[in-house]
Write a protein that binds this ligand. Structure first.
Ligand code: ZN
Length: 98
C-alpha cells in the first residue's frame, strides 16, 4: 500500500515510537477519553518515513511531547481533520495556510 503524503505535511521525525497510539507515552493522556483535546488526527504534527515505514508524528495536547506511530491508516483521517478545520497544526487558523 502506498500513500503519497503531500510535502507540506512532512516533518522531521521526532520522539519515540508509541505502540499505545491513543495514549501519550509521557503523561498518559488518552485521546479516546478526553475529546475536548481533539482526536488523535487533530493532533498529528506531520508525517515522515522511518524504519517501520510511513509514520504519523503526534504532539500530545497536554504535555507537548512528540511521538510517532504507523501512519498509513491515519493519513485519510488526518486530511479529513484538515478539511473540517479541527486539525491543530494544518487546519484553518493555524497559520499554515493550505
Ligand atoms: Zn502527554
Amino acid at each position: 500500500m502506498t500513500v503519497n503524503v503531500d510535502l507540506k505535511y512532512k516533518k522531521p521525525l521526532t520522539g519515540r515510537y508509541n505502540k499505545y497510539v491513543s495514549r501519550c507515552l509521557n503523561c498518559d493522556h488518552e485521546f479516546l477519553r478526553n475529546s475536548k483535546f481533539g482526536t488523535i488526527f487533530d493532533n498529528i504534527n506531520g508525517f515522515n518515513e522511518s524504519n517501520i515505514g510511513l509514520v504519523a508524528i503526534v504532539e500530545c495536547p497536554v504535555c507537548f511531547e512528540k511521538w510517532f506511530y504507523h501512519g498509513y491508516d491515519h493519513y485519510d483521517y488526518f486530511l479529513d481533520a484538515v478539511e473540517n478545520g479541527t486539525q491543530k497544526f494544518f487546519g484553518s487558523g493555524s497559520g499554515n495556510v493550505l
